[in-house]
Design a protein around this ligand. Structure first.
Ligand code: SF4
Length: 116
């Protein structure tokens, strides 16, 4: 299957991921507990990656999920950069096996849209 080449964001109608995440004004305490949990860690690779090529890497608007290849073993693992989450809750709904459990962030953390 060939990769789709989308046009670059024009800054008028379409925007790059980083500046869109910046607009959410999201903040978290540096060492707050991870609010994104996997019900089964093995499913992230054995089903999500092996069958679907980890759709969470593509649908998450904040780039929270990454597939990292272990340089020693050559095995893949799912890395969750929960501090980047903008709490859209897409992963909680869209995960093919409902393996990702989104929990509300600690009080007063999360997105803070200044113009809403
Ligand atoms: S709720 Fe899930 S999909 Fe949305 S930004 Fe956070 S990790 Fe990404």
């Amino acid at each position: 299957m060939s990769e789709i080449n989308y046009p670059k964001p024009d800054g008028i109608i379409t925007f790059d991921r980083l500046s869109s995440v910046y607009l959410t004004n999201t903040s978290h305490r540096e060492n707050q507990p991870n609010h994104l949990k996997l019900k089964n860690k093995d499913t992230a690779i054995e089903v999500n990656y092996d069958v679907y090529r980890s759709p969470e890497v593509r649908y998450c608007p904040a780039g929270v999920y990454e597939i990292i290849e272990d340089s020693l073993s050559g095995n893949n693992r799912l890395q969750i950069n929960s501090q980047n989450c903008i709490h859209c809750k897409t992963c909680d709904i869209k995960d093919p096996t409902q393996n990702i459990k989104w929990c509300p962030p600690e009080g007063e953390s999360g997105p803070n849209y200044s113009r809403m």
